[in-house]
Structure formats: C-alpha cells, structure tokens
Design a protein around this ligand. Structure first.
Ligand SMILES: C[S@@+](CC[C@H](N)C(=O)[O-])C[C@H]1O[C@@H](n2cnc3c(N)ncnc32)[C@H](O)[C@@H]1O
Ligand code: SF4
Length: 365
C-alpha cells in the first residue's frame, strides 16, 4: 500500500524563510492547474493508495469551488477521499473558512495540518506571515467546529527575534488547544530566500538548547516524539509521512512533486509554467529520475528509517555493508545498535545530519 501526494504550488505571499516550490500572486492559474492535475492523474490509472496528502504551497488558498474540483479529481481518478486510511490537507490560517473546512470534512479529508510557525505576532510579521495569532486561533476553532478531530500544527524553532522563553510560552498556549500532532522544525536558512540575503544565520547552540526543551515539554505533555521533528498523541502519528520514512512507495502529482515507485525516485519540474505546458501537450512532467542500486540504495533506506526515533531494523547484509560506518557513528555517540535495531541516541537526535552522512555515497559497490 502506498501514498498519494498532491502539490499545490500557490501562496498568498512568500514567507521570508521559505524555499518550498510555491509562488505568490499566481492565483489566476489555479483553475488551469487543476485541469493539469486531472490530466496528470490520467497517466496513472488503476492505482490504489492507503494515504493522501495535499500539500504545498498553500492548498487552503483554493476557493470552496476549487477545493471541491480537486476532491472530485482525486475521487474520480483514484478513490473517494473517505476511503483513504488518512487524508491530510495543509492549510494556512488566513485562507481557511468554515465553509472550506466543512466541504473538506464532507469530502472525507480527516486530518488538517495548520501552519502557525510562531505564537508571537511580531515574529510572525518579521518572518513574512500573512496571519496573526488571532487569525490562527479562529481558524483552529473553526476546524474543530467543522468536525476535524485530527489536527497538526507546524512551528519553527530558532526563528530570529524569538527568545527560548517566548517560544516555550507560545508552545504552552498551543498545547492548551489540545492538538493531536505537532511538527517542530529547526529553522533552516536556505540560499535564495530573503533570510539568506539578509545574512540571517542559525545559532546552532541556541537551537539545540531550544529543541531539547521542546522535547521535554512535549514529552511531559504526553506526546510521543516519533520522528526528529514530529510529535504525536499516541495513535496520531502521521501515517503518510511514516510511509516515506519506511521507504514505502508513493506517487506525487503536480509541479515539483516527487514520486517513488518500483525502486525509482522521480521529481516533476518545479517550473510552474513548464508543468502547465507539458500537461497541455499530454507529456510527462518528470524532470529527474534515478534508480539507486547496491550500497547507495541500502544506505538511503537506513537514512530514511533512522529519522524515526523508534529506530530502523537492519538486514544482515545492511549490517555487513555498513559495519565500519556504523561503528564510527556509534563511537561518536550519535547512534546505538542493539541487535538489528539502529537508533539515534538522545544526542544524535539533535545531530542527525552527522549520523546520516554515514549512509550517503558515493560508494564503490
Ligand atoms: C510545506 S511547508 C508549508 C505549509 C503551509 N503553507 C504553511 O506555511 O504553513 C511545511 C512546513 O515546513 C516548515 N518550513 C518551511 N520552510 C522552513 C525553513 N526554512 N526552516 C524550517 N522550517 C520550515 C514550516 O513549519 C511549514 O509549515
Ligand atoms: S511557508 Fe507555507 S505559506 Fe509560507 S511561502 Fe512557504 S509554503 Fe507558502
């Protein structure tokens, strides 16, 4: 069983830290984009999926009617949304409405991932968010009213102009809302973003301390820290995202969407105009594909699995192939190996990229 991902590359405004494949002020292209998604879906008939994830960008920027069209495409081309074991839509507070939420719920979407990033209005303005905390609280309340019982909230730690105390106070306000799931990412300053151009840098010591505090606060509040950046009430771990880390297959539709099927990783062009053009001509949007083999393939699987804090079970051949690398990162205190189970240590959780390097090629075999 596998996952279906649909990318919606539209945003009201570009946040100053974001380098995701999304564009501001292109809402006039949404209707054509939906037709193109329908065309692309027709290239993959008779596929069945366990989970659905509509991500972006900002899927909630679509109007009620456009959301309905998107749901109809998914239902017609694949399966009614209420038949997926989990179906998530990403949303931004400023573009949600009770009407949109009710439509999504009625269509069978059963999980909402709401982007908040910070519970401080000044910080939100500084990082280029369109919404304030009041708008977020109202969107959250409306989502509950519409019947969403599984809500995840995204936050970013280590943002400029936000102290650790302020972040933790905000986190406690978020916890008072009783969400089922939280994603807390450490800020990454990516080339090409306004943050990068402004010379903003992450403070690794500060971020490490803040992430450690977040881990303990959320653990005390009863959340399972199940992946480096993800926390859930027991039973509410994201099924769709877990399938990525478990190296299961998925199909991605839309500009910049990635897929993994039959051992091959593919990604579509991130150029929106090019995506639309290719779909109008009925040709594939794939811009990159590769099929890893040998040690690189095994390394990728271990690296993905290691993101889960429960660890990854190694096959006998993986243990042999990576014996030297694993010994090295064990000695450095980044991972532990008990039997076949390779796990990040508490320290390794904050230095995971260093552990991952052991599993990245090039390799000779
Ligand atoms: C696909 S993105 C955006 C979803 C949605 N449009 C929003 O803004 O809430 C998913 C999440 O990635 C995180 N994110 C994006 N850029 C980031 C960065 N540079 N550093 C850390 N986290 C980032 C944010 O928490 C964001 O909510
Ligand atoms: S963080 Fe979300 S809203 Fe902001 S630009 Fe990125 S995708 Fe768009």
């Amino acid at each position: 069983m596998s996952g279906l991902y649909i990318h919606v590359p539209f945003c009201r405004q570009k946040c100053h830290y974001c380098d995701f494949a999304s564009f501001a002020c292109k809402e006039d292209l949404i209707d054509s984009y939906l037709c193109c998604l329908d065309r692309e879906a027709s290239f993959f008939p008779h596929q069945s999926f366990n989970t659905l994830y509509i991500g972006g960008g900002t899927p909630s920027i679509l109007s009620v009617n456009q959301l309905d069209v998107l749901c109809e495409i998914i239902s017609r081309r694949f399966a009614p949304i209420n038949t997926f074991a989990e179906s998530t839509i990403e949303a931004n507070p400023e573009s949600l409405s009770l009407e949109k939420l009710k439509l999504l719920k009625q269509r069978g979407v059963n999980r909402l991932s709401l982007g908040l990033q910070s519970m401080n209005d000044e910080v939100l303005r500084y990082i280029g968010r369109v919404h304030d905390t009041k708008t977020f609280l109202s969107a959250y309340e409306q989502a509950r009213k519409a019947g969403f019982e599984n809500i995840s909230i995204d936050l970013i730690a280590g943002l400029p102009n936000q102290s650790e105390e302020d972040f933790l106070q905000g986190l406690k306000k978020v916890l008072a809302l009783d969400p089922q799931h939280l994603s807390v990412y450490g800020l990454q300053v990516e080339e090409g973003t306004p943050f990068y151009r402004q010379g903003i840098q992450t403070d690794d010591v500060f971020l490490r301390r803040e992430l450690e505090q977040i881990h303990f606060v959320l653990k005390d509040a009863g959340f399972v820290h199940y992946e480096i950046s993800n926390f859930a009430r027991s039973g509410y771990e994201s099924k769709h995202n877990l399938s990525y880390w478990q190296n299961k297959e998925y199909l991605g539709l839309g500009s910049a969407a990635a897929s993994f099927q039959k051992g091959e990783r593919r990604s579509n062009t991130a150029d929106l105009a090019e995506y639309l053009r290719r779909m109008r001509y009925g040709v594939s949007a794939v811009e990159f594909s590769e099929k890893l083999t040998g040690k690189a393939k095994e390394g990728e699987q271990i690296m993905l699995g290691l993101r889960m804090l429960g660890g990854v079970k190694l096959s006998p051949s993986q243990k042999t192939l990576f014996a030297a690398e694993i010994e090295d990162i064990c000695k450095r205190g980044l991972v532990s190996l008990e039997g076949d189970l390779l796990k990040l240590t508490f320290e390794g959780m904050f230095l995971a990229n260093q552990a991952f390097m052991a599993f990245v090629g090039p390799f000779d075999v």
